[in-house]
Write a protein that binds this ligand. Structure first.
Ligand SMILES: [Zn+2]
Length: 103
């Protein structure tokens, strides 16, 4: 009890400001145990072990996939899906880009 009083005395003696001052106001009337119990647990803790299947499914979803390559309908060169052909500038059967050196 005397140690608690001493710690409070030092806390009052120092120039605390801001959030430390607010916390001091809130917890001044509490004992040390009450102070500890007034906080919820800091970390979230998983309730169950992650199964092998769940872990592997999650990791498989983040796996690298090779890009899907298709043929350009205009010039026949290999193009990534859903993107403009870099060699002729066509996308979905119409010209959207002017390729330098070709026109
Ligand atoms: Zn093309």
């Amino acid at each position: 009890m005397s140690t608690e009083q001493a710690s409070y005395a030092t806390m009052n003696g120092s120039q605390s400001s801001g959030i430390a001052c607010e916390l001091e106001k809130i917890f001044r009337g509490l004992s040390f145990v009450d102070f500890l119990l007034s906080y919820p647990p800091v970390m979230g803790v998983p309730k169950r072990k992650t199964s092998k299947m769940r872990l592997r499914t999650r990791k498989a979803a983040n796996r690298w996939h090779r890009p899907q390559l298709t043929k350009c309908s205009q010039c026949g060169s290999t193009v990534r899906g859903h993107s403009v052909c870099p060699s002729c500038g066509y996308y979905k059967g119409r010209q959207v880009l002017t390729v330098e050196g070709k026109a």
